[in-house]
Design a protein around this ligand. Structure first.
Ligand code: LFR
Length: 486
């Protein structure tokens, strides 16, 4: 079966063709396009029409290579497009790195304090969660006119098929879904004064969403009917499906712009210590819980590169990583989760300021800055993996790293050293693989549960193994002691 996966990330979108069948899983990229956020006045937006165009171009390219048997969409989470009563888009969706969302936090906490909120939605506190975004926009002309809020993959699915739905893995990141019942939390919505019909009916990965409209078929040259299937539409949910685990005892790092670090569980952990440690209970494919925390991730590196390029400094990632490998370890480490790193801006300056604040010598060179970022990320992964297992009462024997960061050999070795565990790095395109696998299963090309889907990833994709180096535990324990846990 020949399936297309639309996988949208914070800096680029991709359309991939997956050839899937028993023993077969091959992915080919047919379109990659930039995803450039747009600052308009004081607000940061997604250019969602440009993304839609990239999707159409990708479908057209997919069709040139053979028949297209289906489509699935995944993207980053949280952000929504608002539709008016005519179904028209009310402005471009706001980007979660827009600082204005945080204004909604107090408004939400006024009706449900942080403890209560965690009991309901099980989410780590992030100031940009959809519930805060919507609360911050209460009373605006736009939200008043809105009749439907659609998460980004659901918005694209709507434009491709006409379907109006909310896929549950992504819905679980909004803060408006009850982590226990896995339904929209009407009491929370009512308390916030948000209309219930703003939120569309929930669907699950594997559910059929409809077929591409005649207009889309005409625009892409595809021959219908082409079914659109709900997948784990939250990219992290699809990426976790694409983890090539051979055991249940694994932790994962989905390593892209964000790093999502955690374990897979059958049920949420809604305890006070779990909330205090910033752990989230997002939903995964097949009823699983993604018990994880957000680590600021490669954003620290990509924003540093952007800052250097803007200043006319060398910004070649490969060269900087080689230079960083030669820098002595642990010159300085920062808390990657400091909220000051969230918005776009001058990361090297922010890193230097944080080092000075914590009594460390700030990095002097670009290579030292890169090394500081990588050491700090590995330290954050160590803490998150250990805390996830402690709080959930699980035990892991391996850390799987998937996503673009799996290519970063220095970061992978540091992660193995810091966690004191074997790291299996790859596949890079785990989200697209998870996307096509869930479609393939729904359409009958493969069968089985997550274990069978992961076995297919394992037998078909390249994975690189990193073992922790002897003696590293002493060094990492010392560095951990230098930086107080948040
Ligand atoms: C990763 C991701 C994270 C989510 C963040 C914002 O791409 O989806 O899981 O917390 O983006 O939506």
């Amino acid at each position: 079966m020949r399936l297309t996966a639309v996988d949208l990330g914070a800096s680029s979108g991709r359309v991939m063709v997956g050839e899937v069948g028993p023993g077969r899983l091959e992915l080919t990229e047919v379109n990659r396009f930039a995803n450039r956020p747009v600052q308009l006045g004081d607000r940061l937006h997604w250019d969602v029409l440009a993304l839609f165009t990239g999707v159409l171009d990708g479908l057209r390219a997919a069709g040139r290579g053979g028949p297209v048997d289906g489509v699935g969409i995944d993207s980053w989470a949280v952000d929504v497009g608002l539709l008016d009563a005519d179904g028209a888009l009310l402005g471009n969706p706001l980007h979660h790195r827009d600082a204005g969302h945080a204004r909604g936090v107090d408004q939400v906490h006024a009706v449900a304090d942080a403890d209560r909120l965690y009991q309901v939605n099980g989410l780590q506190h992030l100031p940009f969660t959809t519930v805060f975004q919507l609360a911050a926009r209460r009373g605006t002309a736009q939200l008043t006119a809105a009749r439907t809020a659609l998460l980004v993959p659901d918005l694209l699915a709507h434009w491709l098929t006409g379907a109006v739905s909310a896929e549950v893995t992504n819905a679980s990141t909004t803060g408006l879904l009850d982590a226990t019942t896995r339904q929209w939390s009407w009491p929370l919505l009512d308390a916030l004064g948000l209309p219930r019909d703003l939120l569309p009916p929930l669907v699950s990965p594997g559910d059929p969403l409809g077929v591409l409209t005649p207009e889309v078929l005409a625009q892409t040259g595809l021959t219908g009917p082409v079914p659109l299937t709900a997948v784990g539409s939250h990219d992290t949910a699809s990426a976790v499906v694409g983890v090539p685990a051979a055991t249940d005892r694994f932790a994962y790092v989905s390593c892209g712009t964000w790093s999502l670090v955690g374990v897979e569980l059958p049920a949420p952990v809604l305890t006070g210590p779990s909330r205090a440690a910033g752990f989230t209970n997002e939903l995964g494919v097949d009823g699983t819980v993604r018990y994880l925390r957000n680590v600021m991730g490669l954003w620290l590196l990509s924003e540093s590169l952007r800052t250097w390029a803007d200043a006319g400094l060398p910004a070649d990632l490969g060269e900087l990583l080689s230079a960083a490998a030669r820098v002595p370890a642990f010159t300085a480490v920062v808390d990657c989760d400091d909220p000051r790193f969230l918005p776009p801006g001058d990361m090297p300056a922010r890193i230097a300021a944080l080092c000075a604040e914590t009594g460390q010598t700030p990095p002097q060179s670009q290579a030292q800055t890169v090394r500081c970022i990588l050491d700090s990320l590995a330290l954050a992964y160590r803490r998150a993996v250990r805390t996830a297992t402690e709080l959930s009462g699980t035990d892991v024997e391996v850390v799987h790293v998937v996503g673009g960061g799996a290519r970063n050999t220095l970061l992978m070795q540091l992660t193995a050293d810091a966690c004191g565990l074997r790291v299996l790095a790859g596949p890079v395109e785990a989200a697209a693989l998870g996307n096509v696998l869930v479609q393939a299963r729904a359409l009958g090309a493969v069968s089985g549960g997550l274990a069978e889907l992961r076995a297919l990833v394992r037998s078909t994709q390249d994975v690189v193994r990193y073992e922790p180096r002897t003696g590293s535990e002493v060094a990492w324990a010392a560095i951990e002691a230098r930086l107080p846990a948040r």
